[in-house]
Design a protein around this ligand. Structure first.
Ligand code: SAH
Length: 224
């Protein structure tokens, strides 16, 4: 899978390729689907959610430009697969999932497989995880119309945030925000993707050049 679908499609960061080759994806999919664990596609994990396509996991990890000392926040734990990959590359991974049953399953699985530097929290990831902020990199594994302001605030200077932006289930664009030394953000579009919706910011309007969401005083919808 790694040679054909990951390296074969242009991922070249050696640490990303090593991590992708090392995480046993069959442990992160439902038992009846383990024969498809190494095909390059998303698979259902329950609660209407999916484990991401391996190529996209590798693409986001590479785009986040992770260093071995980095502290990473992931929004959208799902199965815990991408968090395990990130955990093999970076120092600490903090990951948040809004479905309690998925968060619990991922926590148990990551513990059982020995990913001791991956920490799972059940909650609304659009608010980030302030206790462990700031992060060198933030990876958002669900698509929204705009980058939540709290996530921008929890990124270090020179930090990278990778997130799909766009309408749910429609054409979305994988975007990398880079925080400059003085706190301003630059934005790059990396390519087309299709992700499940980031729940918790549905009310935000889609803008052409999303950089900052409306003021924090705006009421947020319930996270579950
Ligand atoms: N990275 C995962 C796949 C993520 S699918 C893996 O490797 O398996 C996206 C996940 O984001 C879903 O599980 C969904 O429930 C979760 N999600 C959506 N909105 C969220 C939010 N506001 N906070 C936390 N998790 C959220």
């Amino acid at each position: 899978m790694v040679r054909r679908h990951i390296a074969g499609r242009g991922i070249s960061d050696a640490r990303v390729l090593d991590a992708m080759a090392s995480v046993p994806r069959e442990h992160f999919v439902r038992p009846g689907l383990s024969h498809r664990a190494y095909a390059d596609g998303p698979l259902p994990i329950g609660e209407g959610q999916t484990i991401s396509q391996p190529y996209v996991v590798a693409w986001m990890a590479e785009a986040a430009e992770l260093g071995t000392e980095d502290r990473v926040l992931e929004v959208g734990t799902g199965s815990g697969y991408a968090a395990a990959v990130l955990g093999l590359i970076a120092a600490e991974v903090y990951t948040i999932e809004r479905h309690a049953v998925l968060a619990e399953g991922a926590r148990e699985r990551l513990h059982r497989l020995g990913y001791g530097n991956v920490h799972v929290r059940y909650g609304d990831g659009t608010a980030g995880w302030n206790e462990h902020a700031p992060y060198d990199a933030i990876v958002v594994a669900a698509a929204g119309p705009d980058v939540p302001e709290a996530l921008c605030d929890q990124l270090v200077a020179e930090g990278r945030l990778v997130m799909p932006l766009g309408r749910p289930w429609r054409g979305q664009s994988l975007v990398r925000l880079r925080r400059g030394p003085k706190g301003s953000f630059t934005r790059e579009e990396l390519g087309a993707v299709r992700f499940v919706p980031l729940v918790g910011q549905d009310e935000l309007p889609l803008r052409n050049a999303p950089m900052r969401p409306p003021p924090a005083s705006r009421p947020r919808p319930e996270s579950r």
